[in-house]
Design a protein around this ligand. Structure first.
Ligand code: GCB
Length: 592
C-alpha cells in the first residue's frame, strides 16, 4: 500500500481540514415568507463507522487517478440505500438503531437560475450533531450543534445537475454541547427539512420586530439588516391590519426604527398575530407576529403588565416511529395534550425543538421556555465548548426572535455551581441578553442540598430562577421540600423547572412502592401542596409530558424508557398523576 492510500489509513488527523465550524450564526438568513425549494425526499444513505469517507475523500467522484486507478475505491454517491430525509437513521432498520458515527447522505438535484445575479443558499433545519456539506466534489463547510438551522452558500458552484453530499456524525464527545452523557437517546441524522433558498443580489439578511418593553404597549421596534453593509436607500415595512405602511431609511445596510403602532396585545387567552411584510428592492420577506411584553418585577412575571402564573410541562422530541424528527401532526398532539392538562406554558427540553413548535405556539396561545443543551458535565474550561454553546444559543435566538410565544431563553440545565461553570454560563446569560433585551433569561439550577436552599451563584445573572428538585424521587424525603421552600428567600420569580417520579403505566401498588402510578400520584400531590403555598413560585414545568427513549434507564419497569411521563410512550395512556396536575392547573387558571 503506497501514496495517498497509505496516508488515509495511517493519519488520524484526517478530519481536521473538515472541522472548520464555518457554518454558524454568521451565515444565517431570515427565511420567513420566502419561497423555499425542498430537497427533502429519498437520499442515498451510507453508514461510515470508520470515517472512511473523510479519510478517502468520498466527496471526490469516482474516476481514474494519476495511476489510472478508480477512486474512491469503496463508495459511490448514487449507490447507497435510499432513505427518507428528514429522518433519523436509527429507524431505517433495526440494526441501525444503536449506530453512532458518520452517515453520508447524498442526492442529485437540478438547478436553473431564475434571475440574473441571484444567490442560492442551502438551509438544513437540523442535523445531529456535526455536519459536513459537500457539493459537486467540493467541501463547503462544517456545522456543529444538533438542533439549530444552518446555511451554506451555493452561489457560483451550481451546475445544471448537482450532487450534494452531507456527512452527519452523532458521536458523543466530551468537548461538545451536550457532552457524552445525556438522559435522552442519541438520535442521529438529517432530521429536519433540507431546502434551497434563492435571494436577489441585494437581500434582507435579517429582520426582527417586537413591542418595545417600555410599558406603553404601543411602540414597535424594527431592525432590518441587508446583505450589503454599505447599502443606503429605503425599504417598505407594512402591517396591513394596523393600516401601517412606512418607507424607512437604510444606512450602512441597516434600518433601525421605532414606530407608533398600538397593536392588540398577544396573550395565551388572545393570541392575536399580525401579517408583517418588508420589501427592499427586489427582495421581500413576511412574518406573522404577535406583540407582547414580558418582564419581571420583584418575584412576579408580568405579561403585558399583569402577573401571570406559568402552568407548564416539560417536553422532549422523542417518538417510537419518528425518533427526534417532528412534524405538525405530533407537535399538534403535544399541544393538545398540554392543553388538556391545563397548560399555558411548555419547557422545550433540553435543546432547540423544531421551529414549527414556536410558530404553532404563537397561533395557539402557548408560552415557551427554549433551551440549549448545556447539560450535565460540560467541559466548562474549554473555549471551543463555549464557542459551540454560544453559537447554538445565537442560532436559536436568530431563528425564533419574532415568536411572541417564546418568553425565556434557558442557558442550560443542572450543573454544579463551580467557578468554571459560573464563568461559562454567566457569559451565555450575558450573550442572550445582548442579543435579545426583550425576553427573560433563565437556567434550570440545582438545589444546594447541604443547606437545603435555593442557592446558586448563577442566579444573579438570571431574570427567572429555574429549580430542578426531585423531592420524593432522588431525594426520598419529600417532606424536606417544605424545608427547602422555607429556607429560601429568592428575590426573583422561581419556576420549578423539574420534579417528577417514574411510573410504568398500568403498574399499580401502594403509595410507597416506587414505579407505581400511585407512588407518582402521591409525589405530585405533595409537590403541589408545597408549591401552592410558596408565593415566589410563579410557575412549574414538571418532568415530563411523555415517557421517552433513554438508554440509561434499564430496570424492569423502565425497559429503555424514562418513565416520568404523565402519559406513556404510546402518547395515549395517561397515568394517574395527570389528573392531579390537571386539577391544580384548572384551579390556577380560574384564579388567574
Ligand atoms: C433531570 C434532568 C432530566 C432527566 C431527569 C430524570 O434532572 O434534567 O434530563 O431526564 O432529571 O428523569 O432524572
Amino acid at each position: 500500500m503506497k501514496g495517498n492510500f497509505d496516508a488515509s489509513i495511517h493519519n488520524e488527523g484526517y478530519s481536521a481540514r473538515f472541522d472548520t465550524r464555518g457554518l454558524n450564526v454568521e451565515g444565517m438568513i431570515f427565511v420567513e415568507g420566502r419561497e423555499r425549494e425542498p430537497l427533502n425526499g429519498m437520499w442515498h444513505t451510507v453508514l461510515d463507522q470508520y470515517d472512511t469517507g473523510l479519510r478517502d475523500n468520498w466527496h471526490i467522484p469516482k474516476g481514474p487517478n494519476a495511476q489510472g486507478q478508480q477512486i474512491p475505491y469503496d463508495y459511490h454517491a448514487e449507490q447507497g440505500e435510499l432513505s427518507w430525509v428528514p429522518g433519523c437513521w436509527n429507524l431505517i432498520k433495526p440494526e441501525y438503531f444503536w449506530f453512532e458515527g458518520s452517515v453520508w447522505y447524498s442526492r442529485a438535484f437540478p438547478y436553473a437560475p431564475v434571475d440574473t445575479g441571484e444567490r442560492v443558499f442551502l438551509r438544513i433545519g437540523g442535523a445531529n450533531y456535526d455536519t459536513k456539506v459537500f457539493l459537486n466534489a467540493e467541501f463547503l463547510g462544517n456545522h456543529c450543534g444538533g438542533s439549530t438551522p444552518f446555511f451554506c452558500e451555493l452561489t457560483g458552484r451550481l451546475t445544471r445537475e448537482n450532487t450534494i453530499q452531507v456527512c452527519v456524525n452523532n458521536t458523543r464527545t466530551a468537548d461538545r454541547v451536550p457532552m457524552r452523557n445525556t438522559d435522552w437517546f442519541n438520535w442521529g441524522g438529517l432530521y429536519r427539512d433540507v431546502e434551497l433558498i434563492r435571494v436577489p443580489a441585494l437581500f434582507i439578511r435579517d429582520f426582527t420586530i417586537h413591542l418595545v418593553p417600555d410599558d406603553t404597549f404601543r411602540n414597535v421596534a424594527v431592525e432590518v439588516r441587508l446583505s450589503d453593509p454599505r447599502h443606503r436607500g429605503t425599504l417598505t415595512l407594512a402591517i396591513p391590519e394596523l393600516e401601517l405602511e412606512n418607507e424607512l431609511a437604510v444606512r450602512d445596510g441597516v434600518c433601525r426604527e421605532t414606530l407608533r403602532a398600538e397593536p392588540a396585545l398577544w396573550s395565551p387567552e388572545s393570541p392575536r398575530c399580525y401579517d408583517v411584510r418588508v420589501r427592499c428592492g427586489k427582495d421581500q420577506v413576511a412574518d406573522r407576529v404577535g406583540f407582547r411584553q414580558v418582564k419581571v418585577q420583584g418575584t412576579d412575571i408580568l405579561l403585558n403588565g399583569a402577573p401571570i402564573f406559568l402552568r407548564g410541562i416539560c417536553v422532549h422530541e422523542d417518538d417510537a416511529l419518528k425518533g427526534k424528527y417532528s412534524d405538525s401532526q405530533d407537535i399538534s398532539r403535544r399541544f393538545r395534550d398540554a392543553r388538556d392538562l391545563g397548560c399555558n406554558f411548555l419547557r422545550l427540553a433540553h435543546y432547540p425543538h423544531h421551529e414549527l413548535v414556536a410558530k404553532m405556539a404563537d397561533d395557539l396561545g402557548f408560552l415557551l421556555w427554549e433551551e440549549i443543551p448545556v447539560y450535565w458535565a460540560i467541559d466548562f474550561q474549554n473555549p471551543s465548548t463555549y464557542a459551540d454553546a454560544e453559537n447554538q444559543l445565537s442560532e436559536l435566538i436568530h431563528r425564533d426572535f419574532n415568536r411572541a410565544s417564546v418568553i425565556t431563553w434557558s442557558v442550560g440545565n443542572e450543573n454544579a455551581d463551580t467557578d468554571d461553570r459560573l464563568h461559562f454560563m454567566k457569559n451565555l446569560a450575558l450573550k442572550a441578553r445582548a442579543l435579545d433585551p426583550t425576553r427573560l433569561v433563565t437556567a434550570a439550577c440545582l438545589v444546594n442540598h447541604e443547606k437545603i436552599r435555593i442557592e446558586d451563584r448563577l442566579i444573579q445573572y438570571l431574570d427567572v430562577i429555574g429549580v430542578n428538585e426531585y423531592y420524593g424521587w432522588y431525594n426520598p424525603d419529600i417532606e424536606e421540600l417544605d424545608v427547602l421552600f422555607r429556607n429560601s428567600r429568592p428575590d426573583k420569580p422561581v419556576i420549578i423547572s423539574e420534579f417528577g417520579a417514574d411510573a410504568r403505566a398500568g403498574h399499580h401498588g401502594t403509595i410507597s412502592e416506587k414505579f407505581t402510578e400511585e407512588y407518582m400520584e402521591r409525589v405530585y400531590e405533595v409537590q403541589i401542596r408545597a408549591i401552592r403555598a410558596m408565593d415566589y413560585v410563579k410557575g412549574l414545568t414538571p418532568w415530563i409530558l411523555y415517557d421517552f427513549t433513554c438508554p440509561r434507564r434499564q430496570n424492569r419497569y423502565q425497559g429503555g424508557f424514562n418513565r416520568k411521563g404523565l402519559i406513556a410512550e404510546d402518547k395515549k395512556t395517561r397515568k394517574k398523576a395527570f389528573s392531579v396536575l390537571q386539577a391544580f392547573y384548572r384551579e390556577k387558571s380560574q384564579r388567574n
